[in-house]
Structures are given as C-alpha cells and as structure tokens.
Design a protein around this ligand. Structure first.
Ligand code: NAP
Length: 290
C-alpha cells in the first residue's frame, strides 16, 4: 500500500508557485492578491480560511481577510462582493461557506466576477469546465487530479466510484475523471444517499472517492482488493488528544481499508492541503497579465 502524501505534494506546488511569482515580479508584474470574506465565527471555517491566508504568505502572495458578523444582511454581503469585483488590486477572492441561513449562497456565488472566482463555483466557470474550456475549476477535485497525476496512477478504462454529488466535490470530480485524457478516461459512477446496493457498486471500483462527510463510513468490506482510495471527507470530531479539542476524521475506516488497497490518502494530510494549494494556484492564474 502506498500512502499518498498530499502534504508533501502541496508543499511542492507551493514552492513551484513561489518561483513563478518571483519570475512574475522580476518581469514587472504585480504581487498576486487573494481576498477571503469570512462571515460569522464558525470554528471550522475560521481554521480553513486561516490556512488559506497562511499559504498565501508562504508563497509570497498578498492576502486580505474580511470578517463580517453573522448579522450581516444578504444585501450588505453582496455589496462586499461587488466592492471586491471592482477592486483592481484583488486578483481573486472567495466567500467562505457555509453562510448563515438567511443568505443565499447561490446569489452570492453568482455575484462574484467569474474572472475573480478562484473557487471555480460561478456558473460561468462551471459551464466552461463542463465544455472543457479553460476556466477556474473547483479546488478539491482539481487537487485530487493533481495527486493522481503526480503519483502516476493509471486511470484509463478504470471504474471510478464517487460517493457524493455536491457541486463542489462529487459532481465536478465525476466530470474531470470521465473526460478524455490523463487523468481521465474513467468509467464513472456517482453514488448518493438514495443509491441502492452501495456496497455492490463500491466493490467494483478501481478508484474509490468517498466525499460524503460521514466519518469512517467506508469499511474494508466495501472495497475491492488493490483499489485506489481518495478520502475527501473531513469531519471535525472532538478529541482529547489535540490542543484545539478537535481533530479531522475522514470518510474511510483507515486502518482496515489501508490493508486492502493499493493507494490511500490520509486525513489529515491527503486531499485537504491539495485544496488549498489549488486555490493559491488559481489565484496566481487570475493574476496573469497584471
Ligand atoms: P455535501 O454537500 O453535504 O454532500 C454530501 C454528499 O454525500 C451528498 O451528495 C449526499 O447525498 C451524499 N451522502 C450523504 N450520506 C450518504 C450516504 N449514507 N450514502 C451515500 N451518499 C451519501 O458535502 P460536500 O461539501 O461535498 O463535502 C463532503 C465531505 O468532503 C465533507 O466531509 C467535507 O467536509 C469534505 N470536504 C473536504 C474538502 C477538503 O479539502 N478535504 C473540501 C470540500 C469538502 P444526497 O445528494 O443524496 O444528499
């Protein structure tokens, strides 16, 4: 079994980005600048945004964190989005989700200028991705493609099963892996909460990507011998072993599945760091030509 080291690959990508930024600056370009809007004080969101801001500093990018209280109205948040759209120094920005219930995430996503939508969630970017046109693509599945490619995992003709059909992970992942080329050319099945006989389906998978957010859901009896396992799940569970009182748990029952598979990503240290590295890469891309 090979443990896929997302932490190391993400560090490699950040080094590559740093070199590209240095080169860009030498040629008189501007420092790329990522902004993030964080609404409320959700602990998990706070952690994710801080990691994104930290990654910017590490590669030599500018970052701005805009904090807003839970009580912000939808119109006020849309005004913030419009201001960032207009701000010429900001190359890309994200609005950290989840948002409070009284705000429509869809409205907020659609208000973002697609040219600054480094999360790749705007319908224009999603539509371009579906048609295989250059666009910002969602960070998590894009990061997984990078992991597969850097570990040279064979994908052509393979059965790939994805558990989860969200707009940010499952659905774009299915698209990317079914596309012509490498990584791709997979025969993809998307499973979800209404899927019948899930175990029979997952046991057919050469590449199995659980992205449902149920800690330890994927057990050894659901996995074919020699399968590649990419664990997207990150659920924050309470822990007495960490300073914060929390730790992240994946969707895979790691110890028992690891014995059976050919490759596996750990949680933490697998997909998560790749998501952040891809966001930073998208921000650099948004700054090209400036
Ligand atoms: P989501 O929007 O809640 O989607 C979960 C999906 O799982 C849904 O499609 C749901 O089906 C399906 N599902 C739920 N229970 C199921 C079950 N028992 N059997 C089969 N399918 C089931 O979640 P998400 O935003 O895609 O995130 C999924 C997980 O990935 C979460 O743990 C999240 O924290 C993690 N995540 C990690 C990263 C990272 O960087 N590592 C990034 C993004 C997300 P229905 O559609 O039928 O409801």
């Amino acid at each position: 079994m090979i443990l896929i080291d997302g932490k190391k690959i993400a560090a490699d990508i950040r080094s590559e980005i740093r070199i590209q930024i240095d080169e860009k600056l030498k040629q008189g370009g501007k420092i790329p600048h990522l902004a993030a809007i964080l609404v409320g004080d959700d602990g998990a969101s706070e952690t994710y945004v801080n990691l994104k801001m930290k990654a910017c500093i590490e590669v030599g990018m500018k970052s701005s964190l805009i904090r807003k209280p839970d009580s912000i109205t939808e119109d006020e948040l849309l005004d913030e989005v419009h201001a960032l759209n207009e701000n010429r120094d900001i190359d890309g920005f994200i609005v950290q989700v989840p948002l409070p219930k009284h705000i429509s995430e869809q409205k907020v996503i659609e208000a973002i200028d697609p040219a600054k939508d480094v999360d790749g969630f705007h319908p224009v970017n999603v539509g371009r991705m579906v048609q295989g046109i250059e666009s910002f693509t969602p960070a998590t599945p894009t990061g997984i493609m990078e992991l597969i490619s850097r570990y040279k995992i064979e994908t052509s003709g393979k059965n790939c099963v994805i558990i989860g059909r969200s707009n940010i992970v499952g659905t774009p992942m299915a698209l990317m892996l079914s596309r012509k080329g490498y990584p791709g050319n997979c025969t993809v099945t998307i499973c979800h909460s209404r899927t019948e006989n899930l175990k029979e389906i997952t046991k057919q998978a050469d590449i199995l990507i659980p992205a449902l957010g149920r800690p330890g859901f994927l057990t050894a009896d659901m996995v074919k011998e020699g399968a590649v396992i990419i664990d997207v799940g990150t659920t924050r569970v309470t822990s007495t072993e960490t300073k914060s009182g929390f730790r992240l748990k994946g969707d895979v029952a790691f110890d028992e599945v690891a014995e059976k598979c050919s490759y596996i990503t750990p949680v933490p240290g697998g997909v998560g760091p790749m998501t952040i590295a891809t966001l930073i890469k998208n921000t650099l891309k948004a700054s090209f030509g400036k």
